[in-house]
Ligand binder design. Structure first.
Ligand code: SAM
Ligand code: SF4
Length: 349
């Protein structure tokens, strides 16, 4: 099972020592890992999960040390960006130990960016620590500024906590990008106000199309709003000038002349960008998904527990041969089955 990837796990200091990069059979180089640290969450967003999901038994989860070993294996193979996600990453106990461990790979250790995506309800307690461990910018998911709507969308009354978390992050000097899922009959009328609010605080806003992941008990057709329509509506009120700016993800950006802020569009349905995909996802139980929208996976927990960290490199090489060309997301008719049975919170958003 030896491979270029199995060389030198642990302790490599510089980019010059990076083992062979991870390149899939379509020539796409993998430089971005989304690492889910838990599938649990303190919210229950209606497009993401059901009210009572079957969470993974705690015993199935990778330990914080194992999560770090998995991330290090990717970093040694040329992954330069790691995003911690979930579920809600900040509900994972002692998460800052993992952040601290990974932060040692920033500044010359191969990792260029360590970041996370959060709903911000517990961000006030962690913002300063994140900043101190070298996190520069984070994504916060927020779909509305209206407390009643927030409770309807997330099934929890937590808007004040989320807003407090956002202010704490800004106060700690973190760059914050707001991610908003465009929800038909949910928040479309509020998007201009959300954008003006975000831009007034110096935050980018990125809009996301709902993806058909998991059976959330609502028909996706009642949730899905094509961003092409949202953009046309915005263009009636605002001047949107395309920008080359990229963050290593699939968002495409415009500058809004009236607010001076940046607005992003993530359009997995109306315009998928799979040909440029540079990422993979690892769940909190160590399952490596080569594509968010496909079922194929590689069991890194088994590899790690049976073979130790040095066995991970060969497993990553093997997984690369199976990365699919793209997802098959479609929300076209009532009653359509999800593209994948897993909730977004299970794979890691
Ligand atoms: N709990 C954290 C949060 O909400 O930011 C991180 C995990 S969450 C699964 C990551 C992102 O996925 C959030 O921005 C959320 O809005 C988005 N998301 C969840 N389910 C989705 C779906 N079915 N389609 C599109 N985006 C979804
Ligand atoms: Fe939790 Fe994030 Fe899913 Fe909302 S989108 S339920 S905050 S994991």
């Amino acid at each position: 099972m030896g491979s270029a990837g199995s060389a030198g796990q642990g302790g490599l200091a510089g980019r010059e020592k990076v083992a062979a990069p991870l390149i899939d059979r379509f020539g796409r180089r993998i430089t971005y890992l989304r690492l889910s640290v838990t599938d649990r969450c303190d919210l229950r967003c209606s497009y993401c999960m059901v009210e009572s999901p079957n969470f993974e038994p705690r015993a199935s989860l990778l330990t914080l040390e194992e999560l770090e070993q998995v991330a290090l294996a990717f970093i040694e193979r040329g992954v330069t960006k790691v995003r911690l996600t979930g579920g809600e990453p900040l509900v994972r106990r002692n998460l800052m130990r993992l952040v601290e461990g990974l932060s040692k790979k920033l500044d010359g250790g191969g990792l260029e960016e360590l970041t996370l995506t959060t709903n911000a309800t517990q961000l006030a307690q962690h913002a300063a620590a994140l900043k101190s461990f070298g996190v520069r910018r984070i994504n916060v998911s927020l779909d509305t500024l209206d407390p009643v709507r927030f409770a309807r969308i997330t099934r929890r009354n937590a808007l004040p906590m989320a807003l407090e978390g956002i202010d704490a992050a800004l106060g700690a000097g973190l760059d914050v990008k707001i991610n908003t899922v465009a929800l038909k009959d949910g928040n479309l009328d509020e998007i201009p106000a959300l954008m003006e609010w975000a831009h007034s605080k110096g935050m980018d806003l990125t809009l996301i199309e709902v993806m058909p992941l998991g059976d959330v008990g609502e028909d996706r057709i009642d949730q899905y709003a094509p961003l092409s329509d949202v953009r046309s509506a915005l263009e009636e009120r605002f001047t949107l000038a395309p920008e080359d700016f990229r963050t290593g993800g699939p968002a495409r950006y415009v500058r809004v002349k009236e607010t001076g802020g940046r607005l992003g569009f993530i359009t997995p349905l109306t315009n998928n960008f799979c040909e440029g995909c540079n990422r993979v996802r690892v769940t909190c139980t160590g399952q490596l998904y080569m594509c968010l929208g496909q079922e194929d996976q590689s069991d890194l927990r088994r590899v790690l527990r049976e073979g130790g960290p040095e066995a991970l490199g060969a497993a990553l090489d093997e997984a690369m041969t199976r990365k699919p060309k793209g997802h098959d997301f479609a929300i076209e008719r009532r009653g359509q089955a999800p593209a994948a049975p897993r909730f977004m919170s299970a794979t890691g958003g």
